[in-house]
Design a protein around this ligand. Structure first.
Ligand code: ADP
Ligand code: MG
Length: 536
């Protein structure tokens, strides 16, 4: 097709091209980064988010800011997706990912303006990324004891909550993660098995970790007590329902007495079920879906306490805690499927009834998130999520790196050295990449009120001056001193740093590849940017 034909084919499409497309995309990345950079580090500031109804919430969490902001630019959405992906897989390092990516793009744009083709930059960035990962392997250390792990988790909570609470949540998160250390399961295991429930009122320091399933529920009406100090439990992954009238039965019903007959049969069926449970010694019945009204009184007569309508995840947690198999059909339950709970109680807090079912077999737990307002509880919940995610991953892969910008300064130094061994143009790209990594110490310095250029220079100098372990020298963001991060106990998990650097590189590269933006015209008004990019 000739250009003219092209233009006809794209009549209903708006288009920006080449350099302009890149410049606009980079501008979007930078404005995104500007929106979150002030939250980075121990002295990062909070953001107040106000939704359409005027409800305000306060957060220090980069990804929360981005996910809640109504961002309409498609590039920005693409980049937010990479920050969300960081959140999903590493649970931390989301702000870092965004500011790194914006800086990589900005440096790339400068190189392009200097006449270097994007494909050379992409190549250089990939080389630099690989080299950086190799270097991370070399300088990482093992967090093989509890004290070190505590320090890592505490670093991840810096600036989010006060230090007393951060110590408390760190304890809870590490204990929760350790309870899962023998369990199989994917990366999200900690979210599946550790339940978080907000309970209104109380102080933040009242947050508790319990080897129990806690949920806002009341047992079905009946004679049984709201308290028990242990017994046998059955979990039904289905419902306890009356038998449905079949087609035949409907015809029969026209005959006198047939309905009565059916009801009697139904009751017999329900009684059989309950009798079966009784024989197995079950005194606590948990049902995922409904329990027929007729069955409730029969269960109560048999002394079985029943709860209905459970989330699948809660069933799994309870199943672990009490070593109970989840069974679809009640009649198929055997002795082996029945589990044991160690106690059960109900308590009314702030007008809501909470049931606690305790078990001794581990594999699941509940954290109660306390705090005076829903906003405070939300923010504590998010902080706990980060702490738990980091703790869980640390128990699997306990490698750590120095925080406070030390790692990035070291990488930048190494990459600059390495760049000289590469061909001219790629060399410039690798240097641009190295400079981009310094955005982390620069921003940490800026947010703590220090001069970013001074800090980066002093860090580089201090690292190169020291013969051994120089790479562990970083900025203590609280005191402004340049010290050994191991002694200061400021650590980042290796998987967080690794994922942030690689995620930022990938996102930057995907933007650099674009040299044409086309979008369908929706009419005379401005195009609708929303929902164009899937988050996955
Ligand atoms: P992110 O969303 O990227 O995790 P954070 O606000 O949690 O952003 O900041 C993480 C950065 O703060 C890491 O680079 C970490 O090394 C650094 N950091 C945390 N605590 C300190 C501290 N006390 N001094 C200096 N840097 C710190
Ligand atoms: Mg963090």
């Amino acid at each position: 097709m000739s250009d003219a034909e092209h233009d006809v084919a794209l009549e209903d499409t708006d288009r920006i091209h080449g350099r302009t497309a890149l410049v606009r995309n980079v501008a979007a990345a930078i404005s995104l980064s500007n929106a979150v950079r002030s939250t980075l580090g121990p002295r990062g500031m909070d953001k107040m988010l106000v939704d359409e109804e005027g409800n305000a919430s306060v957060t220090n969490d980069g990804v929360t800011v981005l996910e809640k902001a109504r961002v309409e630019h498609p590039t920005a959405n693409l980049l937010i997706a990479s920050s969300s992906s960081q959140d999903r897989s590493a649970r931390d390092g989301t702000t870092t990912t965004v500011i790194l990516m914006a800086e990589m793009l900005q440096n790339a744009l400068e190189l392009i303006r200097a006449g270097i083709h994007p494909s050379i930059i992409i190549n250089g960035y990939r080389i630099a990324n690989n080299k950086a990962l190799e270097e991370l392997d070399k300088i990482s250390r093992n967090a093989d004891n509890r004290v070190l792990k505590e320090a890592v988790v505490k670093t991840s909570l810096q600036g989010k909550i006060d230090s007393l609470l951060s110590k408390h949540l760190t304890e809870l998160a590490l204990n929760a993660a350790e309870s899962l250390s023998d369990e199989d399961g994917g990366k999200d295991l900690e979210r599946l098995r550790i339940k978080r429930i907000q309970i209104s009122g109380g102080k933040a320091l009242d947050c508790e970790l319990l080897p129990a399933l806690v949920l806002a529920k009341t047992k079905l009406i009946g004679k049984t007590s709201t308290f028990s100090d242990g017994g046998k439990v059955a979990i039904i992954d289905g419902a306890i329902e009356e038998r449905k009238l079949s087609l035949d039965a409907q015809i029969e019903i026209n005959e006198l007495g047939a309905l009565k007959d059916f009801q009697t049969r139904n009751e017999i069926y329900l009684r059989e079920i309950v009798e079966h449970l009784g024989k197995l010694g079950v005194d606590l019945l948990i049902v995922r879906d409904g329990i027929a009204d007729e069955a409730i009184s029969i269960l109560s007569e048999a002394g079985i306490t029943a709860y209905r309508r459970f989330e699948r995840e809660d069933l799994e947690r309870l199943s672990k805690l009490t070593k109970t198999n989840m069974i679809r059909d009640v009649k198929k339950i055997t002795k082996e499927d029945v589990g044991e709970y160690s106690s059960r109680s109900e308590e009314n807090i702030g007008g809501i009834n909470y049931t606690k079912i305790w078990g001794e077999f581990g594999g699941a737990m509940t954290v109660t998130i306390r705090g005076s307002t829903p906003e405070i509880r939300d923010e504590i919940g998010r902080a706990f999520d980060d702490a738990l995610g980091v703790s869980h991953r640390l128990t699997k892969e306990g490698k750590i790196l120095p925080g406070g910008g030390a790692t990035q300064i070291h990488l930048a130094r190494k990459l600059r050295e390495y760049a000289t061994t590469q061909s001219g143009r790629e060399q410039m790209a690798i240097e641009g990449y190295a400079a981009a990594l310094e955005i982390v110490p620069r921003t940490l310095a800026e947010n703590a009120g220090y001069d970013p250029i001074d800090i980066v220079l002093s860090l580089s100098a201090a690292q190169s001056k020291k013969k051994q372990d120089g790479e562990w020298i970083g900025l203590n963001g609280n005191s402004g001193e340049i010290l050994d991060m191991f002694k200061e106990e400021i650590f980042d998990p290796k998987f967080v740093v690794e994922h942030a650097i690689t995620g930022a590189t990938e996102a930057a590269i995907s933007i650099l590849r674009i040299d044409d933006v086309l979008w369908a015209k929706k009419g005379p008004e401005t195009p609708d940017w929303s929902n164009q990019i899937e988050d996955n």
